[in-house]
Design a protein around this ligand. Structure first.
Ligand code: ADP
Length: 250
C-alpha cells in the first residue's frame, strides 16, 4: 500500500502527520517505531480509512485510492485486520464469540443479527487454534490473561482472512516475556499466510527482533527508514529526541 504526502490535522488543530509518504511492500513485517504522540496510531488509522487525511492519498495494492468510493473503502477494510493495545474484546462474551466478531464484515447488518453460519464458526475456531487457544474457546474473555486476550485479538483479526494486519501498540500493556511470545505468534502467522503486517511499537529491542523494516516516526514525520540491522544510536536518538522522559525508560 502507498501513502503519498499525507497531512492529518485534527479538529483541535493538532497536526499529527506532516506530509508523510511511505510505501509498504506486500508480505513485509514492518514496524513503526516512535514514542507516544509521534503519530504512529494516526498513520495506522489512515491506512484503514478510520482517519481521513486532510491532504494526500492512501492507495491499496491495486493502486486505487481507498477513498475512491464507499464500496472500495468497505472492501479495503474487509481485507484489513486491526489489533489494538487494549484488544477491544467484549469481556462478558466468550473468546469464540469475540473472534466471530471478526467475521461480521462478511455479512450484511441484518444477517449479522442471526447466528453466524457454521463456516464462520469453523473459521473462528481455526483462528483460535492458530494462536494456541482452542481449549479456551468457551471461556469468557475477561477470564483470560492479558497475553491470552491479545491472542484472541490476533485470532479475531485472522478470522477476517485479512491480507493486511495493522497492529497499534499490540504489546504495550504486556510484560516483556509475554510481549515476545505474542509478537512471535503474530510474526509466525503473518509469515505463514503471507499477510502484510504494520505494527507500531515503542520498544527498540522488539522492533529489531521482529521487523524486516523499521520506520522511525517522530513529531508527525518519518525520520528514519531502514533494516533492523541498520539502526545506529544516532537514528534512535532522532526517533526519540522529542519523547517524554518516561517513554525513554520503557
Ligand atoms: P502515537 O500513536 O505515536 O502515540 P498518535 O497518532 O496517537 O501518536 O498522536 C499524534 C498526535 O495527535 C498527538 O499529539 C495526539 O495528542 C494527537 N491526537 C491523536 N488523536 C487525536 C484526536 N482524535 N483528536 C485530537 N488530537 C489527536
Amino acid at each position: 500500500m502507498r501513502l503519498a504526502e499525507i497531512i492529518v490535522t485534527y479538529a483541535n488543530g493538532v497536526q499529527a502527520l506532516k506530509e508523510v509518504s511511505v510505501e509498504i511492500a506486500q508480505g513485509s513485517f514492518c514496524v513503526l517505531l516512535g514514542s507516544s504522540g509521534a503519530g504512529k496510531s494516526t498513520l495506522l488509522r489512515c491506512m484503514n480509512g478510520l482517519v481521513i487525511p486532510s491532504a494526500g492519498t492512501v492507495c491499496d495494492y491495486s493502486g486505487q485510492s481507498i477513498h475512491a468510493s464507499r464500496r472500495r473503502l468497505r472492501e479495503h477494510r474487509q481485507k484489513t485486520g486491526m489489533i489494538f493495545q487494549q484488544h477491544h474484546l467484549i469481556g462478558r462474551l466468550s473468546a469464540l464469540q469475540n473472534v466471530l466478531l471478526g467475521r461480521l464484515s462478511y455479512h450484511g447488518s441484518l444477517r449479522a443479527m442471526l447466528p453466524l453460519p457454521r463456516a464462520d464458526r469453523i473459521a473462528a475456531l481455526e483462528a483460535l487454534d492458530r494462536v494456541g487457544l482452542l481449549d479456551r474457546a468457551l471461556n469468557r474473555a475477561d477470564e483470560l490473561s492479558g497475553g491470552q486476550q491479545q491472542r484472541v485479538g490476533i485470532a479475531r483479526a485472522l478470522a477476517q482472512k485479512p491480507s493486511i494486519i495493522l497492529a497499534d501498540e499490540p504489546v504495550a500493556s504486556l510484560d516483556p516475556d509475554t510481549s515476545v511470545r505474542v509478537l512471535s505468534d503474530l510474526h509466525r502467522i503473518c509469515r505463514e499466510d503471507g499477510i502484510t503486517a504494520i505494527v507500531s511499537l515503542h520498544q527498540v529491542d522488539l522492533a529489531q527482533r521482529f521487523a524486516d523494516r523499521i520506520i522511525g516516526v517522530s513529531g508527525g514525520r518519518i525520520v528514519s527508514d531502514g533494516s533492523p540491522s541498520d539502526l545506529p544510536v544516532e537514528t534512535i536518538d532522532r526517533i526519540y529526541r522529542n519523547a517524554p522522559p518516561e517513554r525513554l525508560a520503557a
